[in-house]
Design a binder for this molecule. Structure first.
Ligand SMILES: [Zn+2]
Length: 279
């Protein structure tokens, strides 16, 4: 069965997100560990964790991922870099306790300073986070859509090599790929894209897909998400991705604005489900 889920709110407690994903018909999930717009770090509250794991087990929602805070910048050598590290260390320590696979991270930005110094800070920070967190939690790099770190497959590959940990995985976001000149509308094109991943020796790092349509044109360097079928990517790409033998078994998570404008919803999931071939 296809693994289709959404990024949903934890308002009211972590277990509420399980209720929300059940309500819109998903079977996997992505959540924040705390407010994504402030530096409030994930806390291990025993009762909340227990309720979450119980609800997750009961409704068989799996896998579940954290999405790291939007404020994270691991290429920063100052206060922001320190806070980024602290928040990810808290999050990756919490993840296994909640049966969550790890955290999906936007690495941050070099802020027009692509010097070796900035890059060294980035690698050092990722290594330190991994040293201070359990082995059974993944650090999942999401490809960037705009001028942030991780726009190209080559850049992600270099970071993975330089960190040198099996715990580094990759999340590919269709909207961010589209914004950087990667797209596929049939099996041959997707096959060629996957071949690129294999050639770079990072296909085995792929953990999950973010499935979002794009409000911005192809190769625009902008990455505003759109509802499935309402954006510029076109349904063929999603159909191809959901049915290709080499991609159909990955978890697919939507981060769409929603048809009612209140975030990822049932209608987006239903559209994707209708694209999955029954054979
Ligand atoms: Zn994403």
């Amino acid at each position: 069965m296809v693994k289709l889920g959404a990024h949903l709110s934890i308002a009211g407690g972590y277990a509420k997100a399980i209720e929300r994903i059940n309500n819109i018909g998903g079977n996997c999930l992505q959540i924040f560990s705390s407010s994504p717009r402030g530096w409030s770090f994930a806390r291990s509250e025993v009762e909340q964790i227990k309720l979450f794991v119980e609800a997750k087990t009961k409704s068989k929602i799996d896998p579940v991922y954290f999405h790291a805070s939007y404020l994270v910048n691991l290429a920063d050598g100052g206060r922001i870099g320190h806070l980024s590290k602290t928040s990810l260390i808290a999050e990756l320590n919490l993840a296994p306790k909640m049966q969550i696979k790890g955290s999906i991270v936007h690495l941050g930005s070099f802020k027009d300073d692509r010097s070796e110094d900035k890059y060294r800070i980035l690698i050092k920070n990722i290594k330190e986070i991994l040293e201070k967190t359990p082995n059974d939690s993944f650090f999942i790099i999401e490809n960037a859509g705009n001028r942030k770190i991780g726009q190209t497959l080559e850049e992600i590959k270099k970071i993975i090599d330089d960190v040198g940990s099996e715990r580094l995985k990759i999340c590919l976001d269709t909207c961010h790929l589209f914004s950087n000149g990667y797209r596929f509308s049939n099996n041959e094109e997707l096959g060629a894209f996957l071949k690129k991943l294999s050639t770079l020796k990072i296909f085995d790092r792929l953990e999950i897909w973010h499935v979002n349509d794009s409000r911005d044109p192809f190769n625009s360097g902008r990455d505003r998400h759109e509802n499935i079928g309402e954006g510029m990517i076109g349904s063929e790409e999603f159909k191809t991705l959901l049915n290709h033998p080499k991609t159909k078994n990955y978890p697919f998570i939507i981060e769409t604005p929603g048809f009612g404008g209140v975030g990822p919803d049932k209608k987006n999931l239903d559209i994707l489900k209708s694209m999955v071939s029954k054979t």
